[in-house]
Design a binder for this molecule. Structure first.
Ligand code: SAM
Length: 199
């Protein structure tokens, strides 16, 4: 089932569906064109009674925030759109926007550059690791940090190393960390999942 899917993001969404519950708060740390934000919103909202959770979506690029907002306008009604909060900011500062005492079920990263956008604005190892530390601190037990890591561009493999080093350093008593890599597609994006155990 998983391996019949071609895109890494689609495989990630299948994993998210196993973790996210209706009513959850989740964070899209790299909202880009909004596709992942939209997928997350569908997972946290309950279509039958409109009682849903929320998505905090951030991107360092104003163009990306606009692109996400445009996709949401085209796809959602106004009530649903209110469940997404957009932030034009670096994901390393995510702790600043998460309300105190809130439980974040998932923080998802889709690293690299904005498809169809400025390829020089790209996630960087130094801020990615800060964002991972922030994600670790806001995540609830039973939550997930999910990453799609692209390795075909300069700096991509180094960023994967930083992500892997972070996941490897998390205590085994509290975290289950794994990666999914295509052996016969060496440049395919790598999926990394860090599950925080329930207490
Ligand atoms: N998830 C998006 C979607 O569904 O369309 C695609 C994300 S795209 C591969 C990566 C995004 O990360 C770009 O839009 C880029 O602007 C953003 N980005 C780069 N550095 C960032 C940072 N430090 N903080 C937040 N976003 C960043």
């Amino acid at each position: 089932y998983l391996f019949g899917r071609k895109k890494a993001t689609e495989v990630a969404h299948v994993v998210w569906e196993q973790v996210i519950q209706k009513g959850d708060m989740v964070i899209d740390a790299t909202c880009g064109n909004g596709n992942d934000t939209l997928a997350m919103l569908k997972m946290v909202t309950d279509e039958s009674d409109c009682c849903g959770g929320c998505v905090y979506a951030m991107d360092i690029q104003k163009d990306a925030i606009e692109s996400t907002s445009c996709l949401l306008d085209q796809t959602l009604g106004s009530e649903e759109k209110e469940r997404v909060k957009l932030f034009n900011m670096c994901h390393s500062k995510m702790e600043e926007i998460v309300p105190e005492n809130s439980s974040v079920r998932m923080v998802a990263f889709n690293l690299g550059y904005l498809p169809g956008g400025n390829k020089s604005i790209i996630t960087a190892s130094n801020t990615t690791v800060l964002a991972l530390k922030a994600a670790e601190s806001v995540l609830m037990p039973g939550g997930l940090i999910s990453l799609v890591v692209y390795i075909g561009h300069p700096g991509g493999r180094e960023e994967l190393e930083v992500v892997e080093a972070f996941g490897s350093s998390l205590p085994v008593s509290d975290w289950v960390c794994c990666k999914l890599q295509m052996l016969n597609r060496p440049l395919a994006p790598v999926l990394v999942f860090m599950f925080k155990r329930e207490k």
